[in-house]
Design a protein around this ligand. Sequence first.
Ligand SMILES: Cc1cc2nc3c(=O)[nH]c(=O)nc-3n(C[C@H](O)[C@H](O)[C@H](O)COP(=O)(O)O)c2cc1C
Length: 307
Amino acid sequence: MAGVTDQAYRLIAKEMGCSFVYTEMISDKALVYGNERTESMLRISDTERPIAVQLFGSDPKIMARAAKITQELASPEIIDINMGCPTLKIVRNGEGAALMRNVPLARDIVEAVVSAVNAPVTVKMRMGWSRELINAVELAEAVEAAGAALVTIHGRTREQFYSGTADWDIIKDVKEAVSVPVIGNGDIRSPQDAKRMLVETGCDGVMIGRAALGNPWLIRDTIVFLSTGTELPPPTYEERASFALRHLDMLIQLIGEKAAVPKMRKHAAWYVRGIPGAASARIRINASRTRDEMARALEVAFLDPLC
Ligand SMILES: Cc1cc2nc3c(=O)[nH]c(=O)nc-3n(C[C@H](O)[C@H](O)[C@H](O)COP(=O)(O)O)c2cc1C
């Protein structure tokens, strides 16, 4: 998730038992032009592996060059191609979900990337562009024929962005149509949702998105539920406070206090979601300029909400 799954977040997900993590989406052009900030997104530690680096772009040649650079700099276990991002600044360049409207180009991109690298190449897509153009099955078949090793289906159209409910039937349809593994995605908010998606669609794996924001315990709870049927109790406020603080300290270690504190504000706001006094906690969080101020804001939020 762009702006979310940086190295600190990925390490947290791994700590929660996540079997497979993805980088934020990375621009093919920025990599090819040697943009330093973009290259830093390829900093991957061994603890994060296996990992997929996700690339976005619309030109098969540039995508292939970016994939090669990715392989040289980071040797990820998988290179994933984004065909689902709905934002205007992406789709107006023909990237992300816009590729759902251009199946021949999507196929060419996959073919070019597959020939450029040794790592398996996978594709993440939506169910279609709009209610009138629902073509995940067609696109999944096309990218499979082009050499994709796995597809992930988010059961919403581009038109929906992140609203409405995800349609899981399309995941089932794709699973029945292709022979490569299919990962289902959309609206998994509880371990029970994950189980239901696996059962209802027959998909080979599930991908958790927004529900893990500020709640990485969902990953652990889901794994435990799927493997043993046990429902773990939610984390206590103390656990949430100390984990959020550790998240902050990991970020500081990775990118320094000056960059980490502003970056942590949104995560901290997610960690406090739903607790009494969350609104005033967010005000304190957003006013924090240093590690100690942020730590105090978190402590007050969870342990001393009447302060
Ligand atoms: C802030 C944010 C950033 C996202 N960035 C990416 C991204 O970089 N690549 C991607 O494939 N999907 C991205 N997504 C989409 C999610 O991976 C996921 O497909 C979507 O949120 C649906 O799953 P959910 O209902 O469990 O959240 C992003 C979603 C959000 C909310």
